[in-house]
Design a protein around this ligand. Structure first.
Ligand SMILES: O=c1[nH]c(=O)c2[nH]c(=O)[nH]c2[nH]1
Length: 315
């Protein structure tokens, strides 16, 4: 299509900027068995001599937003991510000094903090440490929920949590699955396993004459068992990890008869850095927010009835 000339109108272009917003870059640094995570949401906004692209559609001064995205991921490998500030400085300097028409680069970064999951006593004896070196829980409190139902005779108490975000930077595989003509997924022998845990558990306390559980202690212990099972399971699928989390709760908490988990599989894709002459040795990932796998199941004490609704979003 023809490039139009500047319109002869009493109109002019005001402030403008462009770039790729919300690049979700996850960098794993592997120091032997001890892994470190940097998890950033990086937004690039560039401005400068950009009148022509608006007036005539000439892209001669336009560094594609796609390139700004690639630069974020390539810089995670080339320069590492020491801090959000340092990373942003590298990027901003690069855009302004490497492209004549770009006068200003604004890099906005959100950083998500992670802390290590403490191990269970049995496992810490086994690995000789009180933390799993590749298992993390995102900082910031999850939301605790509870539903209490009473019909004048019987009680039903269901407790739970949502938005408890966890990640294993190794010890997760996924292979041996069914393949049909639509299957493109590559088998994975060392992948990131990340999820935002939503769980509910039902107490077997049903009447006033029965000893009431210590609700606070119970919550802390269920949370701990779920986290430790996540950290300590060598996972062949998120389904298997889910079952381990639920069964550990049932096995350790006699006050609970039923657990249901809804676990989104938050996919982390290795970024192809080959086009930039860089090798991605399981270090730089793109954290996709959707679509996500959604793995859900109930784990029951033998002989107990399932009562927790299948759809946890309504609970
Ligand atoms: O742990 C997983 N379970 C699946 O059922 C599945 N399906 C898929 O594409 N990736 C995964 N990962």
């Amino acid at each position: 299509m023809a490039v139009n000339s500047r319109p002869a109108q009493p109109v002019m272009l005001g402030q403008n900027q462009y770039g790729k917003a919300e690049n979700r870059v996850v960098k794993i640094t592997r120091d032997g068995a001890t892994h470190h995570i940097k998890d950033l949401n990086v937004s690039v906004a560039l401005s400068g001599d950009m009148e022509e692209v608006h007036y005539s559609g000439s892209n001669a001064n336009v560094l594609p937003t796609d390139t700004t995205k690639n630069t974020v991921f390539a810089f995670a490998k080339e320069h590492g991510i020491e801090s959000a500030e340092q990373f942003g400085i590298h990027l901003a300097r690069h855009f302004v000094t490497s492209q004549e028409p770009i006068r200003t680069a604004r890099i906005r970064i959100e950083e998500y903090a992670w802390e290590r999951i403490e191990t269970s006593d049995a496992n810490s004896r086994f690995i000789g440490a009180d933390e799993v070196k590749h298992s993390f829980v995102r900082k910031g409190q999850e939301t605790r929920v509870a539903q209490i139902t009473y019909d004048g005779e019987k009680w039903e108490v269901i407790s739970g949590l949502k938005d408890l975000t966890v990640m294993n930077s190794t010890n997760s595989e996924f292979w041996g699955y069914v393949k049909d003509k639509y299957t493109t997924l590559q088998e994975a022998y060392d992948r990131i396993l990340a999820t935002s845990v939503s769980g509910r558990w039902r107490f077997n306390w049903t009447d006033d004459d029965q000893k009431m559980p210590n609700w606070e202690k119970s919550y802390e212990q269920v949370r701990r068992h779920a986290l430790q099972a996540f950290a300590e399971t060598y996972s062949l699928s998120l389904q298997q990890t889910l079952y381990q989390m639920g069964s550990r709760i049932i096995n350790n908490r006699s006050e609970i008869d039923e657990v249901r988990f809804s676990l989104p599989n938050s996919h982390h894709f290795l970024v192809d850095l080959e086009p930039f002459g860089l090798k991605n040795d399981n270090e730089v990932y793109f954290a996709a927010d959707r679509p996500y796998g959604l793995i859900e199941a109930t784990i029951l004490r033998n002989g107990c009835e399932p009562r927790i609704p299948v759809d946890l979003t309504n609970l």
